[in-house]
Write a protein that binds this ligand. Structure first.
Ligand SMILES: *Cc1c(COP(=O)(O)O)cnc(C)c1O
Length: 341
């Protein structure tokens, strides 16, 4: 067993499996800054073709892939449109201002999901007073929305609006495979809608490190230079890319198990007196509101019983299911949830 406690804090806590470690140890590598690492190249090409994009770029983190994309798609004094819960705004340490010198227009989507009705009025006209609206960022799944998903049918009109208005569209796809498994949408359709896509390998897919940015050849050429400027050019990164390839080949279909586990956890929580409401569960994230008192108190009580999770506000708690939580561990967690006094 991987850990001493039941770790529901995040899907980033997974450790490489034996099969993944084996793939890493036997990877063919070279200097990727010289463009000589065939495993990195294979990963970039594999994901680009999955999403029907021209090219890919392997980066150390999803923060870096998102921030590089934003820098590619904006000029200083431009404005980025996103939901107020967006990771690119809340959890990337003000990177949009720091790296791209752009401002941000925050929208209030239902569980973080944006629509053309929300976006269109917030696109600035050409006016001496207004920043130039140049980019819309969507997140799929939405972390703060409790793992809520966009379907392609919801994305298509947003793409159409951006196209007409001359804005780029970027996807923060930290958990895009969770969304694909939940919606049944086809990954290869994504290429026609987005100018940039960031895919995390270190979330539900269970790789130790890495994200891939996808885009046109021209965009990725520019992104590669920005990655170098950010200090993200890596040498024998094929050892890490091999973990990503292994994850894509072995850990995508099983995400449905994480989703079933999250639904079971949510049902248990909903039946208790200390939970006021549970957000609808679509993927591997469960967010609930406490009945009374602070969320922190509940988190501490759960922790004492061996179940670790985190608050997302003074009154809400998040649990995330993942590869390292087995069915037996989910059963244990449900016991703890049902008998917390
Ligand atoms: C985790 C995450 C990222 C990227 O995070 P890194 O830790 O930098 O890899 C981006 N967007 C969302 C929604 C995330 O959950």
């Amino acid at each position: 067993m991987n850990s001493r406690f039941l770790d529901f804090r995040s899907d980033t806590v997974t450790k490489p499996t034996a099969g993944m470690l084996d793939a890493m140890m036997t990877a063919k590598v070279g200097d990727d800054v010289f463009g000589e690492d065939e495993t990195v190249h294979a990963l970039e090409t594999k994901l680009a073709s999955t999403f029907n994009m021209e090219a890919g770029l392997f980066c150390p983190s999803g923060t870096m892939t998102n921030q590089i994309a934003i820098k590619c798609f904006t000029q200083p004094m431009d404005e980025v449109i996103c939901d107020q819960t967006a990771h690119v705004y809340r959890y990337e340490i003000g990177g949009i201002a720091y790296h791209s010198a752009a401002s941000v227009r925050l929208l209030h989507g239902e569980r973080g999901i944006l629509t053309t009705e929300l976006i269109e009025p917030e696109i600035n006209e050409d006016n001496i007073h207004y920043p130039n609206s140049s980019l819309v960022v969507l997140e799929n799944t939405v972390n703060k929305g409790g793992g809520s998903c966009y379907t392609l049918a919801q994305i298509a009109p947003i793409h159409h609006l951006c196209n007409i208005k001359g804005l780029k569209l970027h996807l923060d796809g930290a958990r895009i495979f969770n969304a694909l498994v939940a919606t049944g949408d086809d990954a290869s359709e994504y290429g026609k809608y987005f100018d940039g896509i960031s895919v995390c390998l270190s979330k539900g897919l269970g790789a130790p490190v890495g994200s891939v940015l996808l885009g046109s050849k021209q965009m990725i050429h520019k992104a590669r230079k920005i990655r170098k400027a950010f200090g993200g050019g890596m040498r024998q990164a094929g050892f890490l890319a091999a973990a990503g390839i292994y994850a894509l080949d072995n850990h995508v279909e099983r995400l449905k198990d994480d989703h079933a586990h999250a639904k079971a956890i949510a049902a248990a929580l909903a039946s208790t007196a200390y939970v006021k409401s549970v957000m609808p569960v679509e993927t591997n994230i469960v967010i609930f509101e406490v009945e009374k008192g602070s969320a922190e108190k509940i988190v501490n009580q759960l922790k004492e019983k061996g179940l670790h999770c985190n608050t997302t506000s003074a009154s809400t708690v998040r649990l995330v299911t993942h590869l390292d939580l087995t069915p037996a561990m989910i059963d244990q967690a449900i016991e703890i949830i049902l008998h917390l006094s």
